[in-house]
Each structure stands twice: as C-alpha cells, then as structure tokens.
Design a protein. Sequence first.
Length: 91
Amino acid sequence: MPMPKRSSVDDFFVQLKAVQRPHLEALRRLSLAADPDAREELKWDLPVYVRDEKTSLWMLQNFKNHCSLRFPPPFFATQKAAVEAAGYVAW
C-alpha cells in the first residue's frame, strides 16, 4: 500500500499510524531542540529539517515496521575528519 500524500509537516504527523506516532513525535521534538535555527519542510512527502536555502540536515521517515532519522550523504562528508581522527576509516 503506498504512503498517503501529505499537505504539510503537521499533516504528516496527523496521518501516522498510532504505533508510529509516539516514536516520530519524539524524533520531531529532538530535532527541533537539536537545531533551533532549523525549520521543518515537507520534501519527498516527509518532514525534512532545513537550514538556509538548500541545506537539508536530516529527515524523518516512516515505514510499515519501523521509523528512522536519516542524514543525507553531504552531512557525513562534513564529519570525515572527525571519523578519521578517531581512528576509523571514512570513505
């Protein structure tokens, strides 16, 4: 069954299944607290936390049996030096 279309970030949360809602609402609260300058936008039918004009920081996703907080590849590129300094290999 395809995901329902949403008209806004608030509509995304309204349409969540009862089992998904508490987990994604907790991620939403953490997201808003983590970066007070970020704003919520609906992209790809999902809540995306954005700074400036085009900087997508992370997004929330829901699936049938799980939900997630997803970071885009450019986010990880900014962390490469810290990963290598900690003794790990970063690609």
